[in-house]
Ligand binder design. Structure first.
Ligand code: SAM
Length: 246
């Protein structure tokens, strides 16, 4: 079962941010459409890109996420499929893989398989943008880190959502396993329900990402450390790669 199915009803509550949208919009304006987003979630980026007038296809493996995405925007062409091997039969000028969707690929073979699939879907000279979190060393500990962390509080129409997590990093496999604890409170502060979910990602650094892109036949044009096009440094929170199909 896709890992995100059980999280789909909470996704838009957890991740309502859009500070990355101007970056992707500017890129779409520069490169032109059509645009494809890989691992599109519920369309946090795909929907506003389509609203801005671009032809947008969104690939997503979780049926629950796709369902919510379709409700959000019928202007997006939603494709339920696995980004490692799904075939759309179209060529795009811009491909986006944002907000850690790339880290859901848990092995080198999966990551390379995905990059080769992206290449098949890009028009000659087309551009791929990948954005992933750049983790600080203290976030990548092999024990359960500093213990239970409070990640977020969100207002609900009637009540509140709290999320806590513990994570464990295995440096040998680069796998970061997160255990997420959700608590839903009612209007009077009473705990109404709680649930637990396991999420696993594979952490990727700058050199590895660059090498994988080259190996898959891309020309790496830029490595940024943020959405303003800042250089990537040891203190960056994001790693953004822009790579062109040769
Ligand atoms: C952290 S979310 C990011 C969603 C979206 N890109 C955003 O910016 O909000 C990662 C998404 O990638 C999807 N995903 C993971 N593996 C995938 C795969 N092999 N093929 C397609 N989608 C995948 C997950 O189901 C999830 O919706």
């Amino acid at each position: 079962m896709p890992e995100y199915d059980p999280l789909a009803d909470l996704y838009d509550l957890e991740y309502g941010h859009d500070h990355d949208l101007p970056f992707w919009l500017a890129l779409a304006k520069r490169e032109g459409g059509p645009v494809i987003e890989w691992g599109a979630g519920t369309g946090r980026l795909a929907a506003p890109l389509a609203e801005a007038g671009f032809d947008v296809a969104a690939v997503e493996v979780s049926g629950e996420m796709v369902e919510r995405g379709r409700d959000k925007s019928s202007a997006v062409e939603w494709v339920r499929g696995d980004m490692r091997n799904v075939k759309l039969g179209e060529r795009y000028k811009l491909a986006i893989c944002a907000f850690n969707s790339f880290l859901c690929l848990l092995s080198l073979d999966d990551a390379l398989g995905f990059l080769r699939n992206v290449k098949e879907h890009l028009a000659p000279g087309g551009l791929l943008g990948i954005e992933v979190s750049a983790f600080a060393p203290e976030e990548l500990r092999d024990d359960y880190g500093p213990g239970l962390r409070h990640d977020l509080t969100r207002e609900l129409p009637r009540g509140e959502l709290e999320r806590f997590s513990v994570s464990r990093y295995d440096a040998a496999s680069q796998i970061l396993a997160m255990r997420l604890f959700y608590e839903m409170y009612g209007p009077k502060g009473n705990l109404e329900s709680k649930r637990r979910h396991e999420l696993v990602i594979r952490v990727v650094g700058r050199g590895e990402l660059e090498l994988m892109l080259r190996l898959a036949g891309f020309e790496v044009e830029a490595m940024y450390g943020g959405f303003e096009g800042e250089p990537f440094t040891a203190g960056s929170d994001q790693l953004i790669a822009l790579a062109r199909r040769r």
